[in-house]
Ligand binder design. Structure first.
Ligand code: MLT
Length: 263
């Protein structure tokens, strides 16, 4: 994976395909760009696909402060400037969706299109913020095995395929407790993106796993209702990580959207 020092942090990313149109993939918590392997393979036939590991997750460096969405969006912008990519289709799943909203606020002109997958627009309430702080402290105390035990049942549907469970556990175990804590503390500080919905002026796709318990179909419906012209696709036989649990249906929806974007 290529690496560069961006905004004072070592950022690693995957860069595949050579098309003139770029697609940026923003991953979920507490995973890394490796969760997009199948989507990269599907998209790279026609597009250049860029998927970074956020600071603190995957291979990227972990600065001491909270990984706020503001900082992460700054990292994405710095990476795209480094790669001389001026416009892109941006797809974010869950935390990646929170990041896509922030990136849109910072750089709407970057977006050829936006795909908001298994995510929600609202911010955390006080209980949600307190739960994230508790999670951060426990992750630091008990380590990544505990993080994987906590998260895997939430990320996948009940009775998920054993190979998928193993794959997602591995993606989580690639992180560091400090990076996981920094991401939770950053997400707790994120702003409400509900007012952002009506400002989104590029083509938009909303995707949700039919059995997503973390950001259920009702959240996807709220996003689709709030973004003018957004198309909503529900992925059968999939929970929160719809791209990992049903890649065939997910990739069909994402590639059709990206391929159909005006140049
Ligand atoms: C994710 O899947 O990215 C996160 O679990 C979302 C969250 O914690 O709000």
């Amino acid at each position: 994976m290529p690496v560069a020092n961006l905004n004072g942090t070592e950022i690693h990313w995957r860069d595949a395909g050579s098309g003139s149109s770029a697609v940026v993939l923003l991953h979920a918590f507490p995973l890394h760009s490796g969760m997009w392997t199948r989507q990269i393979a599907a998209l790279e036939r026609k597009h250049r696909v860029i998927a970074l590991d956020y600071r603190g997750l995957g291979k990227s460096g972990t600065p001491p402060e909270a990984s706020t969405l503001d900082l992460l969006a700054g990292d994405v912008r710095a990476l795209l400037a480094h790669l001389r990519v001026g416009r892109a289709a941006v797809a974010g799943l869950s935390m990646g969706g929170y990041l896509a909203f922030e990136l849109y606020r910072q750089a709407p002109g970057l977006f050829r299109g936006i795909a908001l997958c298994d995510t929600k627009a609202g911010a955390d309430d006080e209980v949600g913020k307190a739960n994230r702080e508790k999670f951060a402290r426990t992750a630091l105390e008990k380590g990544l095995g505990w993080v994987a035990d906590e998260m895997v049942p939430k990320l996948l549907r009940p009775g998920a395929d054993a190979a998928v469970v193993k794959e997602v556990r591995h993606l989580i175990l690639d992180g560091t407790p400090a990076g996981v804590a920094a991401a939770q503390r950053g997400m707790a500080k994120r702003q409400d993106s509900i007012p952002t919905l009506a400002t989104i002026a590029c083509p938009a796709l909303v995707v949700v796993g039919a059995e997503d318990g973390m950001t259920p179909p009702a959240e996807a419906r709220k996003i689709a209702d709030g973004v003018k012209g957004a198309k909503l696709v529900t992925i059968p036989d999939a929970g929160h990580l719809a791209n990992v649990e049903n890649p065939a249906a997910f990739d069909a929806a994402l590639t059709a959207f990206v391929d159909g974007l005006p140049a």
